[in-house]
Write a protein that binds this ligand. Sequence first.
Ligand SMILES: [Zn+2]
Length: 299
Amino acid sequence: MRETKKYIIGVDVGGTSVRIGRISSDQKTEKLIKVPLTQAMPDGKPDSLVGFIADYCEKLTVSAVAVGLPGTLDRECEKVLNTPNIPGLKNTELKKLIERRVNAPVFLENDSVMLLSGDMYRLGLNIKGIYLGCYIGTGLGSAFIIDGKVPKGKNGINELGHVPVYGKTDRCTCGNLGCVENYVSGRYLQSIRAKKYPDTKIQDIFTVMKNTSEYNDYIDILAMVLAAAVNLLDPNTIILGGGVTEMKDFPKEALFHRISCHSMKPVPADTLNILYSPRTKDAGVFGAALYAKQMLKCR
Ligand SMILES: [Zn+2]
């Protein structure tokens, strides 16, 4: 029997797993499940992922489906242009495919936008203002929300992780050289661990690196790109999150200090506000649903 209560379905598609859940009108996540990507998309093709989402929605009254994706979408957020970790979704009209199977509006966005939407709500931030989210996991994802809306440039790109660092020349997954992501991400920390601290667990990498040149460079490179965003956009708050920021001894104080040093004086340096993403298992799913709720209001 079909449930009569209305739900927004949030989907968080990652490079290794997919989380899906339903969010009730009182903003509670229910029936959250996490499955390996290979289970949600066994043949690596978009139709199987769409089938996985449609199966979850069956027997529910769905008011919207929102999907966060780790990659680049077209400006209208209808098509997946590139998802380096999920090649099967490249050049897929995913919105249309899901709408064909689920009788509800479908919203796609970059996963960082979804995380920032959820974090702003859970941190009790006023929707008016400029917010920058920076999520450091395997890579570095970013998002801006301005007065509750996601600003879109000519192509809808927002990639702080692919800002170049002067003097750095390592090839990035995006094809360019010396992107900031290559010097602050989980992938980078894994490479440092393999080279210099093979007996250390990745969770302890900041503890063993403390006060080394790599540690100081890590803080400075991340601080410079964030300070550039601060001086350019004067955000009300920066929200940092992702697995790397949750590691033991992640240098929160030193990072704040370095961002402040590189920010213009007296402001925005004096008003610098940095918060950290609350640790929850449903962040991507909840954020996606919140984003859909916002989009439904705008229609
Ligand atoms: Zn890059």
